[in-house]
Write a protein that binds this ligand. Structure first.
Ligand SMILES: Cc1cc2nc3c(=O)[nH]c(=O)nc-3n(C[C@H](O)[C@H](O)[C@H](O)COP(=O)(O)OP(=O)(O)OC[C@H]3O[C@@H](n4cnc5c(N)ncnc54)[C@H](O)[C@@H]3O)c2cc1C
Length: 378
Protein backbone atom coordinates (compact mmCIF):
# COMPACT_ATOMS: atom_id res chain seq x y z
CA UNK A 1 0.00 0.00 0.00
CA UNK A 2 2.73 2.50 0.96
CA UNK A 3 4.29 2.06 -2.52
CA UNK A 4 1.30 3.84 -4.00
CA UNK A 5 2.13 7.09 -2.24
CA UNK A 6 3.93 9.72 -4.31
CA UNK A 7 7.40 10.91 -3.49
CA UNK A 8 5.84 14.16 -2.19
CA UNK A 9 3.37 12.35 0.00
CA UNK A 10 6.04 10.10 1.44
CA UNK A 11 8.30 13.07 2.19
CA UNK A 12 5.73 15.54 3.55
CA UNK A 13 2.92 13.44 5.01
CA UNK A 14 4.36 10.14 6.16
CA UNK A 15 7.90 10.76 7.36
CA UNK A 16 10.07 13.18 9.28
CA UNK A 17 7.80 13.28 12.33
CA UNK A 18 9.29 14.18 15.68
CA UNK A 19 6.30 12.74 17.49
CA UNK A 20 3.46 10.52 16.32
CA UNK A 21 0.54 10.16 18.69
CA UNK A 22 -1.73 7.17 18.29
CA UNK A 23 -5.34 7.98 19.19
CA UNK A 24 -7.14 11.33 18.74
CA UNK A 25 -9.13 11.27 21.98
CA UNK A 26 -8.79 13.97 24.61
CA UNK A 27 -5.49 12.50 25.87
CA UNK A 28 -3.82 12.23 22.46
CA UNK A 29 -4.95 15.68 21.29
CA UNK A 30 -3.99 17.28 24.64
CA UNK A 31 -0.52 15.76 24.34
CA UNK A 32 -0.15 17.22 20.85
CA UNK A 33 -1.36 20.63 22.05
CA UNK A 34 1.10 20.72 24.90
CA UNK A 35 4.05 19.67 22.69
CA UNK A 36 3.22 22.24 20.01
CA UNK A 37 2.88 25.05 22.54
CA UNK A 38 6.17 24.08 24.17
CA UNK A 39 8.10 23.49 20.94
CA UNK A 40 6.28 24.95 17.91
CA UNK A 41 8.89 23.63 15.46
CA UNK A 42 8.08 19.98 16.22
CA UNK A 43 6.46 17.99 13.42
CA UNK A 44 3.59 16.14 15.08
CA UNK A 45 1.12 13.66 13.64
CA UNK A 46 -1.94 12.08 15.25
CA UNK A 47 -3.17 8.76 13.83
CA UNK A 48 -6.80 7.86 14.52
CA UNK A 49 -8.44 4.61 13.47
CA UNK A 50 -11.97 6.04 13.39
CA UNK A 51 -13.70 8.36 10.95
CA UNK A 52 -14.31 10.33 14.15
CA UNK A 53 -12.57 9.40 17.42
CA UNK A 54 -13.92 5.91 18.10
CA UNK A 55 -13.30 5.44 21.83
CA UNK A 56 -14.87 7.58 24.53
CA UNK A 57 -13.93 11.23 24.00
CA UNK A 58 -16.79 12.12 21.64
CA UNK A 59 -19.24 9.69 23.24
CA UNK A 60 -19.23 10.62 26.93
CA UNK A 61 -21.67 12.45 29.20
CA UNK A 62 -19.66 15.66 29.52
CA UNK A 63 -19.62 15.81 33.32
CA UNK A 64 -16.84 17.93 34.77
CA UNK A 65 -16.75 15.89 37.94
CA UNK A 66 -14.11 14.80 40.40
CA UNK A 67 -16.06 12.36 42.59
CA UNK A 68 -19.26 11.91 44.52
CA UNK A 69 -18.95 10.76 48.14
CA UNK A 70 -20.02 7.15 47.49
CA UNK A 71 -17.62 6.84 44.54
CA UNK A 72 -14.75 8.17 46.62
CA UNK A 73 -15.66 5.74 49.42
CA UNK A 74 -15.22 2.88 46.92
CA UNK A 75 -11.87 4.30 45.81
CA UNK A 76 -10.74 4.47 49.44
CA UNK A 77 -11.55 0.76 49.88
CA UNK A 78 -8.94 -0.24 47.31
CA UNK A 79 -6.35 2.53 47.54
CA UNK A 80 -4.56 4.67 50.09
CA UNK A 81 -5.76 8.18 50.95
CA UNK A 82 -2.74 9.52 49.12
CA UNK A 83 -3.55 7.67 45.91
CA UNK A 84 -7.17 8.78 46.00
CA UNK A 85 -6.19 12.38 46.65
CA UNK A 86 -3.68 12.27 43.78
CA UNK A 87 -6.41 11.17 41.40
CA UNK A 88 -8.79 13.88 42.61
CA UNK A 89 -5.98 16.38 42.11
CA UNK A 90 -5.45 15.13 38.52
CA UNK A 91 -9.17 15.47 37.78
CA UNK A 92 -9.40 18.96 39.24
CA UNK A 93 -6.24 20.23 37.57
CA UNK A 94 -7.27 18.45 34.36
CA UNK A 95 -10.54 20.33 34.33
CA UNK A 96 -8.84 23.65 35.03
CA UNK A 97 -6.42 22.92 32.19
CA UNK A 98 -9.23 21.97 29.78
CA UNK A 99 -11.07 25.20 30.53
CA UNK A 100 -7.89 27.25 30.16
CA UNK A 101 -6.86 25.54 26.90
CA UNK A 102 -10.19 25.98 25.15
CA UNK A 103 -12.18 28.64 27.03
CA UNK A 104 -15.46 28.15 28.87
CA UNK A 105 -17.67 29.45 26.08
CA UNK A 106 -16.12 27.17 23.42
CA UNK A 107 -16.89 24.08 25.51
CA UNK A 108 -20.20 25.43 26.94
CA UNK A 109 -18.97 24.98 30.50
CA UNK A 110 -21.66 25.43 33.15
CA UNK A 111 -21.08 24.97 36.86
CA UNK A 112 -24.58 23.85 37.82
CA UNK A 113 -23.30 21.50 40.51
CA UNK A 114 -23.08 17.74 40.87
CA UNK A 115 -25.83 15.90 42.77
CA UNK A 116 -25.65 12.43 44.29
CA UNK A 117 -29.09 10.83 44.69
CA UNK A 118 -30.25 8.36 47.33
CA UNK A 119 -33.65 6.74 46.87
CA UNK A 120 -36.08 6.18 49.76
CA UNK A 121 -34.99 2.55 50.04
CA UNK A 122 -31.34 3.68 50.60
CA UNK A 123 -31.85 5.65 53.80
CA UNK A 124 -29.05 3.91 55.75
CA UNK A 125 -26.56 4.38 52.98
CA UNK A 126 -27.62 8.01 52.58
CA UNK A 127 -27.07 8.64 56.29
CA UNK A 128 -23.65 7.05 56.11
CA UNK A 129 -22.61 9.31 53.21
CA UNK A 130 -24.10 12.40 54.87
CA UNK A 131 -22.17 11.67 58.07
CA UNK A 132 -19.01 11.55 56.00
CA UNK A 133 -19.50 15.04 54.47
CA UNK A 134 -17.30 16.88 57.02
CA UNK A 135 -14.50 14.35 56.59
CA UNK A 136 -14.57 14.60 52.80
CA UNK A 137 -14.74 18.40 52.88
CA UNK A 138 -11.50 18.54 54.83
CA UNK A 139 -9.92 15.64 52.88
CA UNK A 140 -10.39 17.41 49.53
CA UNK A 141 -9.48 20.89 50.74
CA UNK A 142 -5.71 20.65 49.97
CA UNK A 143 -6.34 19.89 46.29
CA UNK A 144 -9.64 21.64 45.50
CA UNK A 145 -8.73 24.61 47.73
CA UNK A 146 -12.39 25.37 48.52
CA UNK A 147 -14.55 25.19 51.64
CA UNK A 148 -17.74 23.15 51.98
CA UNK A 149 -17.48 21.25 48.73
CA UNK A 150 -20.26 18.81 49.69
CA UNK A 151 -23.53 19.64 51.47
CA UNK A 152 -26.99 18.13 51.79
CA UNK A 153 -29.24 19.85 49.27
CA UNK A 154 -32.79 19.67 50.57
CA UNK A 155 -34.33 22.04 47.99
CA UNK A 156 -33.17 20.08 44.98
CA UNK A 157 -35.57 17.15 45.55
CA UNK A 158 -38.69 19.32 45.31
CA UNK A 159 -37.23 21.65 42.69
CA UNK A 160 -36.30 18.82 40.30
CA UNK A 161 -39.68 17.06 40.43
CA UNK A 162 -38.09 13.63 40.91
CA UNK A 163 -39.98 10.85 42.67
CA UNK A 164 -38.85 8.52 45.45
CA UNK A 165 -35.71 10.43 46.35
CA UNK A 166 -34.72 10.39 50.02
CA UNK A 167 -31.66 12.68 50.04
CA UNK A 168 -29.39 14.55 47.68
CA UNK A 169 -25.79 15.55 48.38
CA UNK A 170 -24.59 18.49 46.32
CA UNK A 171 -21.03 19.08 45.15
CA UNK A 172 -21.11 22.74 44.23
CA UNK A 173 -17.90 22.70 42.18
CA UNK A 174 -18.97 20.12 39.62
CA UNK A 175 -20.34 21.08 36.23
CA UNK A 176 -20.94 20.06 32.66
CA UNK A 177 -19.75 20.76 29.14
CA UNK A 178 -20.85 20.10 25.58
CA UNK A 179 -18.64 17.16 24.68
CA UNK A 180 -18.94 17.60 20.92
CA UNK A 181 -18.03 21.27 21.09
CA UNK A 182 -15.12 20.51 23.42
CA UNK A 183 -13.60 17.90 21.09
CA UNK A 184 -14.24 20.01 18.03
CA UNK A 185 -12.53 23.01 19.70
CA UNK A 186 -9.58 20.86 20.76
CA UNK A 187 -9.19 19.47 17.26
CA UNK A 188 -9.36 22.94 15.66
CA UNK A 189 -6.85 24.27 18.16
CA UNK A 190 -4.21 21.60 17.45
CA UNK A 191 -4.79 21.69 13.70
CA UNK A 192 -4.42 25.48 13.82
CA UNK A 193 -1.02 24.97 15.42
CA UNK A 194 0.04 22.66 12.57
CA UNK A 195 -0.60 19.21 14.01
CA UNK A 196 -1.50 16.72 11.23
CA UNK A 197 -4.46 14.56 12.22
CA UNK A 198 -5.04 11.47 10.03
CA UNK A 199 -8.37 9.65 10.35
CA UNK A 200 -9.27 6.12 9.20
CA UNK A 201 -5.68 5.24 10.03
CA UNK A 202 -5.47 2.11 12.17
CA UNK A 203 -2.05 1.46 13.68
CA UNK A 204 -1.32 -2.25 13.43
CA UNK A 205 2.21 -2.43 14.78
CA UNK A 206 5.03 -0.31 16.12
CA UNK A 207 8.48 -1.29 14.92
CA UNK A 208 10.96 0.57 17.09
CA UNK A 209 14.15 -1.17 16.04
CA UNK A 210 15.92 1.99 14.84
CA UNK A 211 16.17 5.65 15.82
CA UNK A 212 13.29 6.47 13.48
CA UNK A 213 10.43 4.17 14.42
CA UNK A 214 8.15 2.66 11.80
CA UNK A 215 4.47 2.87 12.57
CA UNK A 216 2.69 0.36 10.42
CA UNK A 217 -0.90 1.29 9.60
CA UNK A 218 -3.67 0.21 7.25
CA UNK A 219 -2.80 3.27 5.13
CA UNK A 220 0.98 2.92 4.97
CA UNK A 221 4.11 3.23 7.10
CA UNK A 222 4.75 6.43 9.07
CA UNK A 223 8.18 7.31 10.47
CA UNK A 224 8.74 9.19 13.70
CA UNK A 225 11.43 9.77 16.33
CA UNK A 226 9.00 9.31 19.26
CA UNK A 227 5.61 7.76 19.75
CA UNK A 228 2.84 8.31 22.28
CA UNK A 229 0.22 5.58 22.54
CA UNK A 230 -3.04 7.20 23.68
CA UNK A 231 -5.47 4.47 22.64
CA UNK A 232 -7.05 3.96 26.08
CA UNK A 233 -9.40 0.93 26.00
CA UNK A 234 -7.55 -0.42 22.94
CA UNK A 235 -4.09 -0.15 24.50
CA UNK A 236 -3.46 -3.90 24.72
CA UNK A 237 -3.72 -4.26 20.93
CA UNK A 238 -0.39 -2.44 20.63
CA UNK A 239 1.12 -3.05 24.09
CA UNK A 240 -0.19 -6.44 25.30
CA UNK A 241 1.45 -6.28 28.74
CA UNK A 242 -0.67 -3.31 29.90
CA UNK A 243 -3.46 -3.96 32.42
CA UNK A 244 -6.31 -2.28 30.52
CA UNK A 245 -9.75 -3.84 30.13
CA UNK A 246 -12.47 -2.32 27.94
CA UNK A 247 -15.71 -1.23 29.59
CA UNK A 248 -18.56 -0.06 27.38
CA UNK A 249 -20.79 2.76 28.53
CA UNK A 250 -24.30 3.17 27.08
CA UNK A 251 -26.17 6.45 26.81
CA UNK A 252 -29.58 7.72 25.73
CA UNK A 253 -31.02 11.20 25.12
CA UNK A 254 -34.69 12.15 25.24
CA UNK A 255 -36.62 14.43 22.92
CA UNK A 256 -36.84 18.04 24.20
CA UNK A 257 -38.93 18.28 27.41
CA UNK A 258 -41.22 21.24 28.09
CA UNK A 259 -40.35 23.07 31.36
CA UNK A 260 -37.53 20.66 32.16
CA UNK A 261 -36.63 21.01 35.84
CA UNK A 262 -33.57 18.77 35.88
CA UNK A 263 -30.47 20.96 35.90
CA UNK A 264 -26.98 19.79 36.78
CA UNK A 265 -24.87 16.63 36.75
CA UNK A 266 -26.60 13.82 38.68
CA UNK A 267 -24.98 10.61 39.95
CA UNK A 268 -26.83 7.58 41.19
CA UNK A 269 -25.85 4.13 42.46
CA UNK A 270 -22.21 4.90 43.32
CA UNK A 271 -21.73 6.69 40.00
CA UNK A 272 -22.75 3.70 37.86
CA UNK A 273 -25.72 5.70 36.55
CA UNK A 274 -25.69 9.38 35.71
CA UNK A 275 -27.86 11.99 34.00
CA UNK A 276 -27.91 15.68 33.16
CA UNK A 277 -29.77 18.32 31.19
CA UNK A 278 -28.63 19.22 27.67
CA UNK A 279 -30.55 21.47 25.25
CA UNK A 280 -33.88 20.94 27.14
CA UNK A 281 -33.34 17.19 26.99
CA UNK A 282 -32.11 14.60 29.45
CA UNK A 283 -28.96 12.62 28.79
CA UNK A 284 -28.91 9.44 30.84
CA UNK A 285 -26.21 6.80 30.85
CA UNK A 286 -24.35 4.05 32.65
CA UNK A 287 -25.69 0.80 34.03
CA UNK A 288 -22.50 -1.17 33.26
CA UNK A 289 -22.92 -2.81 36.67
CA UNK A 290 -26.01 -4.63 35.34
CA UNK A 291 -23.89 -6.67 32.95
CA UNK A 292 -20.17 -6.24 33.64
CA UNK A 293 -19.20 -9.26 31.52
CA UNK A 294 -21.34 -8.27 28.54
CA UNK A 295 -20.03 -4.70 28.63
CA UNK A 296 -16.37 -5.80 28.69
CA UNK A 297 -16.14 -5.25 24.96
CA UNK A 298 -14.68 -2.90 22.35
CA UNK A 299 -17.75 -3.36 20.15
CA UNK A 300 -20.14 -0.41 19.91
CA UNK A 301 -23.75 -1.26 20.71
CA UNK A 302 -26.72 -0.86 23.05
CA UNK A 303 -28.50 -3.72 24.81
CA UNK A 304 -32.07 -4.14 26.16
CA UNK A 305 -30.85 -5.16 29.62
CA UNK A 306 -29.22 -1.77 30.16
CA UNK A 307 -31.41 0.48 28.02
CA UNK A 308 -34.60 -0.85 29.66
CA UNK A 309 -33.23 -0.17 33.13
CA UNK A 310 -32.17 3.34 32.12
CA UNK A 311 -35.66 4.01 30.75
CA UNK A 312 -37.24 2.67 33.95
CA UNK A 313 -35.18 5.09 36.03
CA UNK A 314 -36.02 7.91 33.63
CA UNK A 315 -39.80 7.46 33.56
CA UNK A 316 -40.34 6.27 37.15
CA UNK A 317 -37.92 8.45 39.07
CA UNK A 318 -36.37 11.30 37.07
CA UNK A 319 -39.42 12.64 35.16
CA UNK A 320 -42.38 10.65 36.56
CA UNK A 321 -44.98 12.96 35.04
CA UNK A 322 -43.65 13.00 31.48
CA UNK A 323 -42.81 10.41 28.85
CA UNK A 324 -40.70 11.97 26.10
CA UNK A 325 -39.46 9.76 23.29
CA UNK A 326 -35.87 8.55 23.32
CA UNK A 327 -34.25 10.18 20.31
CA UNK A 328 -30.62 9.05 20.54
CA UNK A 329 -28.85 5.97 21.86
CA UNK A 330 -25.16 5.17 21.58
CA UNK A 331 -22.17 3.69 23.37
CA UNK A 332 -18.51 4.49 23.96
CA UNK A 333 -15.71 2.39 25.33
CA UNK A 334 -13.54 3.22 28.35
CA UNK A 335 -10.29 1.73 29.66
CA UNK A 336 -10.34 0.22 33.15
CA UNK A 337 -7.85 -1.66 35.33
CA UNK A 338 -7.50 -3.15 38.79
CA UNK A 339 -5.46 -0.11 39.73
CA UNK A 340 -7.71 2.95 39.44
CA UNK A 341 -4.84 5.27 38.49
CA UNK A 342 -3.94 5.92 34.86
CA UNK A 343 -0.83 4.41 33.25
CA UNK A 344 1.66 7.04 32.12
CA UNK A 345 5.03 5.56 31.32
CA UNK A 346 7.83 4.85 28.92
CA UNK A 347 7.40 1.49 27.18
CA UNK A 348 10.72 1.35 25.31
CA UNK A 349 13.20 3.95 24.02
CA UNK A 350 11.15 6.69 22.38
CA UNK A 351 7.79 4.98 22.98
CA UNK A 352 5.47 6.27 25.71
CA UNK A 353 1.88 5.66 26.74
CA UNK A 354 -0.91 7.46 28.60
CA UNK A 355 -3.96 5.27 28.95
CA UNK A 356 -6.60 3.92 31.34
CA UNK A 357 -8.62 6.91 32.50
CA UNK A 358 -10.99 4.60 34.41
CA UNK A 359 -14.01 6.50 33.12
CA UNK A 360 -12.79 9.94 34.22
CA UNK A 361 -10.97 11.16 31.13
CA UNK A 362 -12.96 14.33 30.53
CA UNK A 363 -11.65 15.40 33.91
CA UNK A 364 -8.10 14.10 33.85
CA UNK A 365 -7.40 13.80 30.09
CA UNK A 366 -5.79 17.22 29.61
CA UNK A 367 -3.33 16.64 32.44
CA UNK A 368 -2.59 13.08 31.34
CA UNK A 369 -1.74 14.35 27.86
CA UNK A 370 0.53 16.97 29.30
CA UNK A 371 2.31 14.54 31.63
CA UNK A 372 3.11 12.03 28.91
CA UNK A 373 4.22 14.78 26.53
CA UNK A 374 6.61 16.04 29.21
CA UNK A 375 8.42 12.68 29.14
CA UNK A 376 9.56 13.37 25.57
CA UNK A 377 12.83 15.25 25.13
CA UNK A 378 13.75 16.20 21.58
C1 LIG B 1 -20.69 6.81 27.98
C2 LIG B 1 -19.50 7.47 28.61
C3 LIG B 1 -19.67 8.51 29.52
C4 LIG B 1 -18.56 9.12 30.09
N1 LIG B 1 -18.76 10.22 30.87
C5 LIG B 1 -17.68 10.86 31.38
C6 LIG B 1 -17.85 12.03 32.13
O1 LIG B 1 -18.97 12.52 32.26
N2 LIG B 1 -16.78 12.62 32.71
C7 LIG B 1 -15.52 12.10 32.55
O2 LIG B 1 -14.57 12.63 33.11
N3 LIG B 1 -15.32 11.03 31.77
C8 LIG B 1 -16.36 10.40 31.18
N4 LIG B 1 -16.18 9.31 30.40
C9 LIG B 1 -14.81 8.83 30.20
C10 LIG B 1 -14.04 9.66 29.18
O3 LIG B 1 -14.82 9.91 28.04
C11 LIG B 1 -12.77 8.90 28.80
O4 LIG B 1 -12.05 8.59 29.99
C12 LIG B 1 -11.86 9.73 27.91
O5 LIG B 1 -12.56 10.17 26.77
C13 LIG B 1 -10.65 8.91 27.49
O6 LIG B 1 -9.90 9.66 26.60
P1 LIG B 1 -8.70 8.99 25.82
O7 LIG B 1 -8.14 9.99 24.92
O8 LIG B 1 -7.79 8.31 26.80
O9 LIG B 1 -9.35 7.77 25.04
P2 LIG B 1 -10.35 7.72 23.80
O10 LIG B 1 -11.21 8.89 23.70
O11 LIG B 1 -10.99 6.40 23.84
O12 LIG B 1 -9.36 7.82 22.57
C14 LIG B 1 -8.57 6.76 22.12
C15 LIG B 1 -8.60 6.80 20.60
O13 LIG B 1 -7.65 5.87 20.08
C16 LIG B 1 -8.17 5.37 18.87
N5 LIG B 1 -7.48 4.11 18.60
C17 LIG B 1 -7.55 2.97 19.30
N6 LIG B 1 -6.72 2.05 18.78
C18 LIG B 1 -6.12 2.65 17.71
C19 LIG B 1 -5.14 2.20 16.78
N7 LIG B 1 -4.60 0.98 16.85
N8 LIG B 1 -4.74 3.05 15.80
C20 LIG B 1 -5.25 4.30 15.74
N9 LIG B 1 -6.18 4.78 16.61
C21 LIG B 1 -6.59 3.96 17.59
C22 LIG B 1 -9.66 5.20 19.16
O14 LIG B 1 -10.41 5.16 17.99
C23 LIG B 1 -9.96 6.41 20.02
O15 LIG B 1 -10.47 7.49 19.30
C24 LIG B 1 -17.25 8.66 29.79
C25 LIG B 1 -17.09 7.63 28.89
C26 LIG B 1 -18.19 7.03 28.28
C27 LIG B 1 -17.98 5.92 27.28
Amino acid sequence: MSNLFSYWEQKSFLSGFDVIIIGSGIVGLSASLYLKLKQPSLKIGVLESGFLPAGASTKNAGFTCFGSISELEIELESGSENEVLNRIDMRWRGLEKLRKNLGDSAICFEQNGGYELFKNKEADFAHHCIDRIPWFNSFLKPVIRKHDIYAVSSDKIAESGMKGIFKIIKNKYEGQIDTGKMMSALLSRVQGLGVNVFNNCLVQKIDNASDYKNIITNQGVFKSRSIIVATNAFAKNLIPELDVTPGRGQVLITAPIKDLKIKGAFHYNRGYTYFRNIDDRILLGGGRNLDFKGEETHEPGVTPIIQNELEKLLYETIIPRQKPKIEYRWSGVMGFGKDLSPIIKQISPGVFCAVRCNGMGVAMGSILGEQVADMIHI
